[in-house]
Design a protein around this ligand. Structure first.
Ligand SMILES: Nc1ncnc2c1ncn2[C@@H]1O[C@H](COP(=O)(O)OP(=O)(O)OP(=O)(O)O)[C@@H](O)[C@H]1O
Ligand SMILES: O=P(O)(O)OC[C@H]1O[C@](O)(CO)[C@@H](O)[C@@H]1O
Ligand SMILES: [Mg+2]
Length: 482
């Protein structure tokens, strides 16, 4: 810890927070020495690695941190920081001692296999680790299935395939059985790849490991096609998903443009966050209306969706609507009985909004409007999720994997890796799991979507203006990322 720093631990969240000068705050991650103070250290073998020994500054300074906010005013406090990732001079595991395991949980996401590959190759090539196990089929694989040995040869070309070679699942998180399995197998590094639910599971695994006083590092790699993980810039697979969504939007546009009053409805993923729909819309420019969970809308009456569709068809002869799977749930609940069905992880099962919207539009225009429309509904959701990562996601996945490996080798634990303002950092679990990342509809990014599609905002601007204080300066809100 640097000079003039004060460290405190919040007993409720177990968070290590370090305060420095001028309002500097480091939301630190746990280290194995917090509960095992006498661990021996080792020289990092990377200094002898031909790839790294030519790099001038290959070890990061122990005090390096990454700022959460980079837009500041001259009198702003320095604000919250996270510990920077990267190789450390001193490590807490001897290469021969490491017995690592990797597990993938939750839904599929492009780039999962790249992350697995790069953890295996990173451990092997950078740190000389050769005992690495794959856990089969998500959390329950720890106690209900056999493990798969992983070597650079086995994972050599898996990044070219979609899905996860380890398999995945929802539900089945039994903390004590999982930690028993880790302990019984002599595993001392656990790499957990998954979304918000998975990282909640990883946090309780870490707590149990700490309670038992085991020398086991737990590292989370955030995975979510929905981009709903907070703090980090974006999640891997998201770019690929946005790119792949273009094919569906193009098809919808071609279909719509070829028929009189052609209407293409494309459903994209996004349970609670409409990032894929928002970015796919902005990227495409062929979309006339983007509907996301964060922005309420209505169908009938003045300023409603039906009125807009009619206007657009009259003006342009065709239109494309992109709808995220969690959009308009309040409207759907009027048509569907609230069954409250959940998946094995406890996530609410949503009715099919694409089908519902398409039917409502057809009913409206075949009813009182007497306007013949040609509607094509495209649902590419699983096709988008099941492909391999694109080039930029593959590079990104490599950085994430290496960050996790460097962090675990350096004895950090109970952390999630990810880029914060473009620099990779280790973030405590609770910062990742306490809330979901959502599109902020009062941000400029959503305004860009509205400006690009010309769709109605479905909101009364007075609702916003009257509630807000007059602003003299740019507000430095959390949401103002884009
Ligand atoms: N609160 C929790 N505590 C412990 N384990 C959890 C918790 N929430 C979810 N899990 C476990 O994490 C795993 C994955 O959770 P979930 O199915 O919600 O997917 P996810 O990780 O959120 O990914 P995504 O939503 O992107 O598909 C499951 O095995 C589930 O049992
Ligand atoms: O059908 P499954 O496997 O539960 O996955 C669907 C969900 O997974 C996600 O892609 C998140 O991984 C959500 O967008 C979607 O609601
Ligand atoms: Mg989730």
């Amino acid at each position: 810890m640097g000079k003039g720093m004060e460290c405190s631990e919040n007993s409720q969240t177990n968070m290590k927070v370090i305060h420095g000068e001028a309002g500097y705050v480091l939301e630190d991650v746990p280290h194995l020495t917090d509960f095992l103070p006498d661990l021996p250290t080792f020289q990092n073998p990377l200094q002898f690695n031909p790839a790294y020994s030519v790099v001038k500054q290959y070890f990061v300074n122990v005090d390096d941190s990454v700022a959460q906010k980079i837009v500041v005013h001259k009198d702003s406090p320095r604000g919250v920081h996270f510990r920077r990732t990267g190789p450390r001079q001193k490590i807490y595991f001897d290469s021969d001692e490491v017995h690592a395991c990797i597990v993938t949980c939750g839904g599929l996401c492009p780039g999962l296999n790249t992350v697995i590959r790069e953890i295996v190759c990173g451990l092997y090539h950078m740190y000389g680790v050769n005992k690495i196990l794959g856990i089969d089929g998500g959390y329950r694989g720890f106690y209900a299935k056999n493990t798969v040995p992983l070597t650079p040869k086995i994972v050599d070309d898996i990044h070219k395939r979609g899905g996860t070679i380890l398999g995945t699942s929802r539900g089945g998180h039994d903390t004590s059985k999982i930690v028993d399995s880790i302990q019984d197998r002599g595993i001392n590094q656990v790499y957990i790849i998954g979304g918000d639910g998975t990282q909640k599971g990883a946090a309780v695994i870490f707590e149990e490991i700490r309670r038992r006083g085991l020398k086991v590092a737990v590292a989370g790699i955030p995975k979510t096609i929905d981009n709903d993980i907070p703090v980090i810039d974006k999640s891997f697979g998201f770019d690929t998903a946005v790119e792949e969504a273009q094919r569906a939007i193009n098809a919808a546009h071609v279909e719509a443009g070829s028929f009189e009053n052609g209407l293409g409805v494309v459903k994209l993923m996004g349970r609670y966050s409409g990032f894929i729909a928002m970015y796919a819309t902005l990227a495409s420019r062929d979309v006339d209306c983007c509907l996301i969970p964060e922005s309420p809308f209505y169908l009938e009456g003045k300023g409603g969706l039906f009125e807009y569709i009619e206007k657009r068809l009259k003006e342009n002869g065709h239109m494309v609507i992109v709808i995220a799977e969690g959009a308009g749930l309040d409207l759907l609940s009027e048509s569907f009985q609230n069954t409250d069905l959940k998946d094995a992880s406890g996530n609410k099962l949503l009715p099919d909004v694409g089908l519902w919207l398409s039917q409502r539009i057809k009913d409206y225009f075949s009813g009182q409007q007497k306007m013949v429309i040609n509607l094509k509904h495209i649902d590419p959701t699983y096709m988008i999720r099941a492909i391999p990562g694109n080039a930029s996601d593959n590079v990104y996945s490599t950085l994430l994997s290496h960050s996790a490996v460097h962090g675990a080798m350096a004895g950090y634990t109970g952390f999630v890796v990810g880029p914060v303002n473009g620099r990779h950092a280790m973030i405590p679990f609770n910062r990742i799991t306490e809330k979901q990342n959502k599109v902020v509809i009062t941000d400029r990014m959503w305004a860009r979507v509205l400006a690009s599609t010309n769709q109605p905002s479905f909101l009364n601007p007075k609702d916003f203006i009257e509630k807000e204080e007059p602003q003299t300066q740019t507000q430095l809100e959390d949401g103002g990322k884009y």
